[in-house]
Write a protein of this length. Structure first.
Length: 328
């Protein structure tokens, strides 16, 4: 069995779907609340459901049947202000799972984040050495929690301490795609633009406050979630690959490019782009460009192409956002 924490969440449910599609036995550790989050995994066979508070106890009982842990569960809101909750859910549990996989020689794949790069002034190089990670300056509590885990693991590796049979940290960039609906204001810009298109016919983008970027010309590395799931499956199939890797498309595209790709998929709506003022609170730390260097992932052997935003958005809109049932 493969344990996927956060398996009913956005990226996690796509991983569960991909694993189930190839006949893997999957255990999902997650909380569901009172909304429709359960729909993210409703179409797929799941062997067991485990509550997050019972995760470590469940592993202690079933470890002989677990062949790997994909740890995607976390408080992922960049606006989270409860440091104790971030420490408990994002840091302590991650390191406890690392210790479990180390002790029992199991693969451990976990989610880091491109948010660990802070404002980007130190670049986006996925150099996993302690001295390289020490230069990064996360700008919110969520990013700090992910960065602390990266640094703790990097230090253990550098000191030659015992490690899991395979360990991989993935720095996810701007992920979009099916099953993100429960995330509300934390949904991808594409999902939010689609909702605007259907309700107002307008696609609203931030104005730019730097002369080298046109309005809507701010750049992000947008990566389709189904590509992310395929990277994780590939890693599980290549147990000799370990390290800290960026997970993006490798190509920065503008918000205007996203809007144009969406307009191309919905030609009957006669959509128009509208620019509006960025909130003052966002201006000081706003990133105008993010792009994931993915040379290290390619050097490790991953050679599959990533979907362009045109192809990814076409699939997402046609097969999910515009479908009667939008769930994967």
């Amino acid at each position: 069995m493969i344990l996927v924490t956060g398996g009913a969440g956005f990226i996690g449910s796509n991983v569960v779907a991909a694993l189930a599609a190839r006949g893997e036995r999957v255990v999902v550790c997650d909380s569901f609340g009172t909304g429709d989050k359960w729909r993210n995994i409703a179409k797929h066979e799941v062997t067991e459901l485990v509550a997050p508070a019972q995760c470590l106890e469940w592993l202690s009982r079933r470890h002989d049947r677990v062949r790997g842990v994909v740890h995607l569960g976390a408080i992922s809101a960049t606006t989270e202000s409860d440091g104790d909750s971030l420490a408990e859910n994002n840091i302590r549990l991650s390191l406890a799972l690392w210790d479990f996989c180390t002790a029992l020689d199991k693969p451990f794949i976990y989610a880091s984040s491109a948010a660990t790069y802070g404002d980007g002034s130190n670049g986006f190089d996925d150099d996993g050495r302690p001295e390289a990670l020490a230069k990064l300056r996360p700008m919110n509590g969520y990013a700090w929690s992910k960065h602390l885990v990266d640094r703790s693991i990097a230090r253990r590796v550098s000191l030659g301490e015992p490690v899991p049979s395979q360990w991989v940290g993935l720095k996810f960039f701007n992920v979009y795609g099916p099953n993100e609906y429960h995330k509300g204001p934390m949904r991808s810009v594409l999902a939010q633009l689609h909702a605007q298109a259907k309700s107002t016919g307008k696609l609203r983008l931030f104005k730019s406050y730097r002369s080298e970027y046109a309005d809507g010309g701010q750049l992000r590395d947008f990566v389709y979630v189904r590509d992310c799931a395929q990277v994780i499956l590939w890693l599980l199939d290549h147990p000799k690959v370990s390290g800290l890797y960026n997970l993006g498309s490798g190509t920065a595209r503008s918000f205007l490019d996203v809007a144009k790709a969406l307009m191309a998929t919905l030609p009957k709506l006669n959509l128009a782009v509208e620019y509006f003022d960025m909130p003052e609170a966002l201006k000081p730390g706003y990133q105008y460009m993010t792009e994931a260097p993915i040379q290290r992932l390619k050097a490790a052997g991953y050679d599959r192409p990533f979907a362009s935003i045109e192809d990814g958005i076409k699939d997402y809109v046609a097969n999910f956002l515009e479908a009667a049932d939008p769930y994967l």
